[in-house]
Design a protein around this ligand. Structure first.
Ligand SMILES: O=C(O)C(=O)C[C@]1(C(=O)O)C=C[C@@H](O)C=C1
Length: 368
């Protein structure tokens, strides 16, 4: 790029805009061509029935990794570049029909933000009342995929999501990491007016210190989602909600306190759930559910095959098995894809020692 005239003088406004117009023409032409090629790739996959049959998360992850690799030294951040390319792929995939994605509604939740971050805007979002319903709608085929919160960097695991995997046949096909900024939203403009604060229990937990310092006397009322909190706060001057920016727009509330989360790196991790497993992308994780026979050293025995294969374990969490008192299942995450030789060898060895090993899914590691 050369933004200067050959003699070194800067271009004037009209000339610079002409250059931008010319570049836009090229970009538009290329996006159109890309859409045609995406359609041809679709045809190469054979006569398939629905959008879900064309979706390839492992390929999308590879495309976006290449975008990041090419972006070094660019003016736009990796996040921005990835967002733009996600939207292009989202539009290419939606040429016939958009994917249907279920999430914990109503409109304006962080789950909805996670959906748009991962799948782009060319989808049909299905806001559902509970996480349980997200699982049910995907299992029934009414949604192609679902997005459910799984853990927060300050508040820990969302147990209600994890427990649903114990009985569900669904698979984990992706993970999404979303930086979560919480705001105090109200119809009132005065902090002194606020006597009640509504929010999801996870969000109340993420803003504990701020609430203690700024609204020590206000009652904290847990509700089913942040958007539901915003909906309630819109009805009274003495009420506020803790929720994201989108909820402020949707429910017409003012921001009384901005970015009130206690930790500046507050991040929520979501799983994409679907009905089938996808092939490796080259940089994947595998989630497993394992139950052990009740005997000394059982958990140790179960985990050694992963150490033997030199696989790093990124998470382990125990949950009540609900089959008997003091019986547990373990959620384990390891690096790699279940089709990789080392992962499949470790899973086979663990299966021989465990009461049950269920592969919940192998999926590309969240990009940004
Ligand atoms: O490569 C493919 O399989 C495509 O269908 C193309 C494409 C793309 O736009 O790059 C579109 C949708 C898929 O989810 C993955 C990639």
């Amino acid at each position: 790029m050369n933004a200067d005239e050959p003699n070194g003088a800067p271009l004037d406004l009209a000339q610079t805009r002409q250059r931008i117009d010319a570049i836009d023409r090229e970009i538009q032409q290329l996006i159109g061509e890309r859409a045609q090629w995406a359609q041809l790739v679709g045809k190469a996959k054979g006569e398939l029935k629905a959008a879900v049959d064309y979706y390839r998360p492992e390929r999308e992850a590879q495309v976006l990794r290449m975008v990041v690799d090419r972006n070094s030294g660019g003016l736009l951040s990796n996040e921005e570049m990835v967002r733009l390319f996600r939207e292009i792929m989202s539009a290419c995939l939606a040429q016939q029909e958009p994917l249907k994605i279920g999430f914990l509604g109503p409109e304006g939740t962080f789950s909805q933000q996670a959906v748009l971050k991962h799948f782009g805007h060319s989808i049909k979002g299905l806001p559902l009342a509970t996480i349980d319903e997200v699982f049910q709608e995907v299992a029934a085929g009414n949604a192609d995929f679902g997005v459910v919160p799984i853990e927060n960097s300050s508040e820990g695991t969302v147990n209600s999501s994890l427990d649903l995997f114990v009985t569900s046949p669904l698979k984990i096909c992706g993970e999404i990491e979303l930086r979560v900024h919480q705001h105090l939203l109200s119809r009132s403009t005065r902090l002194e007016d606020i006597e009640r604060v509504y929010s999801h229990p996870q969000s109340l937990g993420q803003c504990k210190a701020w609430l203690r310092a700024n609204l020590p006397k206000a009652e904290r009322i847990p509700v089913s989602s942040n958007a539901e909190a915003a909906r309630r706060a819109r009805n009274a001057d003495d009420a506020a909600a803790i929720a994201g920016e989108t909820a402020a727009h949707i429910y017409g509330l003012k921001v009384l306190g901005r970015q009130i989360e206690d930790r500046p790196d507050n991040t929520t991790r979501f799983f994409v759930i679907g009905r089938e497993l996808f092939p490796p992308s080259g940089h994947d994780k595998t989630s497993l559910l394992m139950s052990v026979k009740d005997k000394p050293g059982a958990l140790y025995e179960l985990l050694t095959p992963f150490a033997d294969q030199n696989l790093s374990m990124t998470k382990i969490e125990s949950r009540p098995a609900r089959t008997g008192k003091w019986e547990y299942v373990f959620f384990v995450e390891v690096e790699g894809h279940v089709d990789d030789a080392r992962v499949s060898a470790a899973v086979a060895a663990a299966s021989a020692r465990a009461a049950e090993v269920k592969v919940l899914g192998s999926y590309p590691v969240a990009l940004l």
